[in-house]
Design a protein around this ligand. Structure first.
Ligand code: S3P
Length: 172
């Protein structure tokens, strides 16, 4: 059985943290798309946005997921915007088991306000601007995110609840 678990969600929803825990528990590799794209291009995400622009970055994300080995196990943590461009969501649903970590914009704004400087899309925004930006973009992104196989509300964004879901779907 191939375990390909794909975490989806807005910036700050905890994909990387939870992804690492799942990978440890299942003893399968952890892949973080942002981190891998930074390694391949030898540029940070911020540098890529600056040098090649967002739409070229989106194409790098598409190229990256298309090159993943279908016959392998992994937990993939996706960049927050990835599912919403180039039909990536459809591709991700074919590739593996997608899990959406759904969070309210208030909670996300709070978290991102504290760590915003790494993320070019929210760089320099005040808390009020951040809340508005998140509200606006989530309303566009939600229709892609919600195509995930499983949608987890905040109280279920933990390893125990994920294991229950994986068992339900015979993935564990
Ligand atoms: C982005 C999310 C980021 C990163 C880039 C763009 C987005 O990933 O890919 O800054 O469009 O939401 P994280 O969700 O890991 O922060």
């Amino acid at each position: 059985m191939m375990q390909k678990i794909i975490l989806i969600g807005y910036m700050g929803s905890g994909k990387t943290t939870l992804g690492k825990k799942i990978s440890e528990l299942l003893s399968i590799p952890f892949i973080d798309s942002d981190f891998e794209i930074e390694k391949i291009t030898k540029n940070s995400i911020s540098e890529l946005f600056e040098k090649i622009g967002e739409s070229s970055f989106r194409n790098l994300e598409t190229e990256f997921i298309e090159k993943l080995d279908f016959n392998s196990h992994f937990v993939l943590s996706t960049g927050g915007g990835m599912p919403c461009f180039n039909d990536n969501m459809e591709f991700l649903n074919k590739l593996g088991f997608t899990i959406y970590l759904k969070n309210s914009s208030d909670v996300l704004a709070e978290r991102l306000f504290l760590e915003g400087e790494k993320r070019p899309l929210i760089l320099g925004k005040s808390k009020a601007e951040l809340i508005k930006y998140i509200d606006d973009t989530i309303s566009i992104r939600e229709k892609y995110y919600s195509k995930s196989r499983v949608i987890l509300s905040p109280e279920n964004q933990n390893i125990e609840s994920i294991l229950i879901e994986l068992k339900n779907f015979k993935l564990y």
